[in-house]
Design a protein around this ligand. Structure first.
Ligand code: ZN
Length: 311
């Protein structure tokens, strides 16, 4: 098989088949030339990202037929230094602390068993454990999984949502922060999460707000001639949710009490004037969007945070 694509003909969220092109995803994987030549063969192709006219969700019009394409693309051989820096980096702390506070307000103090899907370098698990959660993780990348386990004190299973046996499941909360946008067929991922939760347990999902990200990337390409919008390159983002489609996906998988909010921004560090202005702008956009009625639909709601309960 050489770099073939398999069409995706129906919306992963609602099953709709009226799909219109909004963007093209380019594949550029030459960095895998030595590590994984079959993967690198996809370089140079591009494929449409299409939007479902019924529910607004957008997804690729086709997917690489190469077995385990996504697992292979995420098998980056990161350096030990880089993984350690990621564990100590504070840029997502505000998001992490919001998620933990929201879950703590929804669950009694006796229910603190949590699984972080896509645990990365384990910083969220460490923060959760510091607040009294019995927090474990699941992580696809073997290097970050091993580091996350040693640095957080939790158990971090190596695998993905489908390959992991889920032995000892029965969680009170499952978190997916910047993860669901990467998993093809997101409703099957949500179904799997539901099965990992105890009745009455909560899912917390943080995702980019795709319609707003599309506007942002378009504005960037107008402001900077030569800049090509890069929303879905290499299919790093396969699911392009807005506030209505994430709600629909959760409800269709049997979750109740769904709330979709504006998510807190990442806060890149740095002491330069540009970094300070960047942080100020992110905070301002978040405060404005969070304060407005229907704020998730405003063009400054760059990210979404959804909570829902397993009945
Ligand atoms: Zn749809």
């Amino acid at each position: 098989m050489s770099a073939t694509l398999t069409p995706v003909t129906a919306c992963w969220v609602c099953g709709g088949t009226h799909l219109t092109r909004v963007h093209d995803a380019r594949l550029e994987l030459t960095e895998y030339r030595t590590q994984d030549p079959e993967l690198a063969e996809y370089s140079g192709q591009s494929l449409p990202i299409v939007r479902c006219t019924a529910c607004g969700f957008a997804q690729p019009a086709s997917l690489p037929a190469l077995p385990r394409y996504f697992d292979r693309m995420y098998d980056q051989r990161w350096s030990a230094d880089w993984v350690e820096r990621e564990h100590h980096a504070a840029y997502k702390d505000r998001i992490f602390d919001d998620v933990l506070a929201a879950l703590e307000s929804r669950l009694p103090a006796s229910r603190r068993r949590l699984l972080d899907v896509g645990a990365h370098a384990g910083r969220f698990i460490a923060r959760a454990r510091g607040r009294g959660w019995d927090a474990d993780g699941l992580e696809l990348n073997p290097r970050t999984a091993a580091y996350a386990a040693s640095a957080s004190g939790g158990t971090v299973h190596h695998g993905n949502l489908y390959t992991w046996s889920g032995s000892g499941a029965g969680y009170d909360a499952v978190t997916l922060t910047d993860v669901l946008e990467h998993i093809p067929d997101p409703r099957s991922a949500l179904r799997r999460v539901r099965d990992l939760l105890n009745p009455g347990g909560w899912i917390a999902v943080k995702i980019p707000n795709a319609p707003v990200q599309r506007v942002k990337e378009r504005a960037r390409s107008w402001l900077r001639p030569g800049y090509a919008p890069a929303l879905a390159d290499n299919l790093v983002h396969v699911n392009h949710f807005g506030p209505a489609s994430i709600r629909l996906a959760l409800e269709r998988e049997g979750f109740g009490d769904v709330r979709v909010l504006v998510a807190a921004p990442e806060m890149p560090d740095g002491e330069s004037v540009a970094s300070r202005i960047d942080r100020f702008g992110r905070t301002l956009a978040f405060r404005v969007a969070a304060a407005l009625p229907g704020g998730t639909y405003t063009p400054v709601a760059f990210n979404l945070q959804a909570y829902a309960r397993r009945s």
